[in-house]
Ligand binder design. Structure first.
Ligand code: CUA
Length: 310
């Protein structure tokens, strides 16, 4: 049993075999907590064995009170407070921002969408394998379009939830080149257990050469993505896109038009966002439902994208 248990302590997916700064901090925290727990456990079991097996005869009341006061109140308060302060003290360092490279990761059902966003240079799209430079604090921006996933690379650090409508940040620094394994650690559907990924930590020059050699894929505008996701294309047509609806106005060259809503308001991003969210107020009884559930920010993203269609 011990051999089986210890076999999990090393390898490409073990929090106890850290290859990165953050994972090392967490592994150290684990060992400190384990030693603390072992000391407390030994003391408690020792007292229990003494009281039940070794000591015979009645107890002195004064001794009993002292044992409760020191062993039951003072000792746990000091030990637990010490471990708490130590554990909380690690957190600010793990929250510091990254050094340049940002990688957007989106948890999909059931795979990983990866977009590299170097500080200077164009975005590069990829999936299911993440490459990072050794020795640099890389910032991951984590999100998901539909259900909650969790991002964890045990050898490097984590884990952080990927929540629809939110962007969570995680900063990791790999210290050793190598290939590590990550996994989804939040139940996200039938194939939750089938969405692993690999992380390849490369020496910085090799990483930069690799990134430069990638074909740059122009990332889809966020507004375009939202337009598709909220089904706007079911009613509106945008030529050349997956939007073929005939119910509402054709929006193929919407950016060229002077007004939004058939002469209702000047065509500005603010007005378009307002039209999307308050259709029922601005144009009563029209066939377009008001998308009041969209955040103002998302409605503006759609408005900006529509405005760019010329
Ligand atoms: Cu994705 Cu579990």
């Amino acid at each position: 049993m011990a051999a089986g248990a210890l076999g999990a302590c090393s390898g490409i997916q073990s929090a106890l075999d850290p290859a990165g700064h953050e994972a090392r901090e967490v592994a150290t925290l684990f060992w400190v907590m384990l030693v603390g727990a072992a000391v407390v456990w030994t003391a408690v079991i020792g007292v229990a064995v003494y009281a039940s097996r070794l000591k015979s005869g009645p107890y002195d009341d004064a001794v009993g009170h002292r044992v409760i006061l020191w062993g039951g109140v003072a000792f746990p308060t000091v030990v637990l407070a010490g471990l708490l302060v130590y554990g909380l003290g690690l957190m600010p360092k793990l929250r510091e921002p990254g050094e340049g490279l940002r990688i957007d990761i989106s948890g999909e059902q059931f795979w990983w969408r990866v977009t590299y966003r170097p500080k200077d240079g164009a975005a590069v799209a990829s999936a299911n394998e993440i490459r990072i430079p050794v020795g640099e604090r890389v910032e991951f921006a984590l999100t998901s379009p539909d259900v909650i996933h969790a991002f964890w690379i045990p050898s490097l650090g984590g884990k952080v939830d990927m929540i629809p409508g939110r962007e969570n940040r995680l900063v990791l620094k790999a210290e050793k080149p190598g290939a590590y394994r990550g996994a989804c650690t939040e139940f996200c559907g039938a194939s939750h257990a089938l969405m692993a990924f690999s992380v390849v930590a490369m020496e910085k020059p090799a990483f930069e050469a690799w990134l430069r050699a990638q074909p740059v894929v122009p990332p889809k505008a966020k507004g375009q993505d939202l337009f598709a996701r909220h089904g706007c294309g079911a009613c509106h047509r945008v030529s050349g896109r997956d939007a073929k609806g005939e119910v509402g106005p054709d929006l193929t060259r919407f950016g060229e038009r002077a007004t939004v809503g058939a002469g209702l308001l000047p065509n500005t991003p603010e007005n378009v966002a307002r039209f999307i969210r308050e259709t029922d107020v601005l144009k009563p009884k029209s066939k377009m439902p008001a998308y009041g559930a969209l955040s103002n920010e998302d409605a503006r993203e759609i408005a900006h994208w529509l405005g760019s269609l010329r």
